[in-house]
Design a protein around this ligand. Structure first.
Ligand code: PLP
Length: 344
């Protein structure tokens, strides 16, 4: 299974699989690659980078938040400036949430390692790919990532309950030198046991059986086709939202998420739309999180999703918008046009 996972992550390196949610995989990445009290830069904006920062602070790391506009991805130039100013190289790691699930903004990861290098800095690069992996082309090795963090419940199409750390060579070396107390999350017992096809403690066997099937499905469709399908569904969703006359949270064409679209409405309307969608159409839309509570609802379009299901979901949203009196213009047809055009 690890061999099946490697091409999806774009690595020839090591992968550790935990019976955990994505939050556990966040903690694992930090306690393995950093020494106690290390300084880390948390870049980008959104609910999940805030949660990851809070977790790192609770573990005693010195977190420097490099916030950006909630509607945009990580600013690589600003990151470069911050690292260049750190002449003593006290910053041990840069942490990035690739696809901010709360805003529907995907950062341009390929720009991050070059920014670190142009600052002449040695920081590790830790990336949360929880809501991008398995849905977009991902290049852990090529993008110079040291640890990629993922979970089972999004692009991998599984129930929640499995977390991943993908580990580069620099991160392994950092782990050997980092005296952080760690036990359950320690990479080493996993890597040793995995060599013999086993685990250091009871793995989530039910999840492994499911992962085997998910990897086969992704391999059958081909990752390039999976990524193209997600891109097409995201484009169709945006076409519907724009036709309704509503605003998309993400503002840069290069940073629209292929997996989730956050739709901005007037204060308090978002939860009305979500309630009606759930009660009338048995359809669960994502809530606005953190600073976006009540102002945003989110349409997820990832994983095992076909064109017809997407059109059905967008039809449900349009009905809910009308029932809530938001008076949308017809939008589903615009999504159909995108899907039909792309199919041609
Ligand atoms: N990171 C991102 C981008 C997420 O979307 C999530 C959850 O949705 C997490 C981290 C946290 O993962 P979990 O809820 O599985 O602990």
């Amino acid at each position: 299974m690890l061999d099946g996972l490697r091409p999806i992550v774009g690595t020839t390196g090591d992968i550790v699989v935990y019976p955990s949610s994505g939050t556990g995989a966040w903690e694992a990445a930090l306690v393995n690659s950093l020494s106690p009290g290390s300084r880390v830069v948390m870049t980008g904006a959104g609910h999940f980078v805030e949660l990851w920062s809070a977790l790192a602070e609770r573990l005693g790391y010195r977190v420097q938040r490099l916030s950006s506009d909630l509607r945009r991805g990580v600013d690589a130039d600003r990151l470069c400036d911050v690292l260049a100013a750190d002449r003593e190289h006290t910053i041990a790691a840069v942490c990035v949430v690739h696809n901010e699930t709360s805003t529907g903004v995907i950062s341009r990861l390929a720009d991050i390692r070059p920014a670190i290098e142009s600052a002449g800095h040695s920081a590790l690069l830790l990336v949360d790919a929880v809501s991008s992996l398995g849905s977009v082309m991902f290049d852990h090795d090529g993008w110079g990532i040291d640890v990629t963090i993922a979970g089972s419940q999004k692009g991998l199409m599984l129930p929640p309950g499995m977390g991943f750390n993908v580990i580069g060579r620099r991160a392994l070396a950092a782990q050997a030198a980092a005296p952080t107390p760690r036990a359950y999350w320690d990479w080493m017992p996993h890597l040793e046991a995995n060599r013999n096809g086993s685990f250091p403690y009871t793995p989530a066997t039910n999840m492994l059986v499911a992962l085997d099937v998910a990897l086969e499905m992704l391999a059958d469709e081909g990752m390039v086709n999976v990524a193209a399908r997600h891109e097409r569904h995201a484009q169709a969703t945006r076409a519907a939202v724009r036709a309704w006359g509503l605003d998309i949270m993400s503002v840069d064409e290069r940073e629209h998420s292929p997996t989730v679209t956050a739709v901005v409405v007037n204060e308090d309307d978002a939860d009305d739309v979500r309630t009606v969608a759930l009660e009338q159409y048995n359809m669960s839309l994502g809530a606005g999180l953190g600073a976006l509570a009540r102002r945003v609802f989110r349409i997820g379009h990832l994983g095992h999703l076909g064109d017809g299901e997407l059109i059905g979901a967008l039809g449900g949203v349009e009905l809910a918008l009308r029932r809530c009196g938001l008076d949308p213009r017809p939008g589903v047809g615009a999504a159909v046009d995108v899907l039909a055009g792309a199919a041609n």
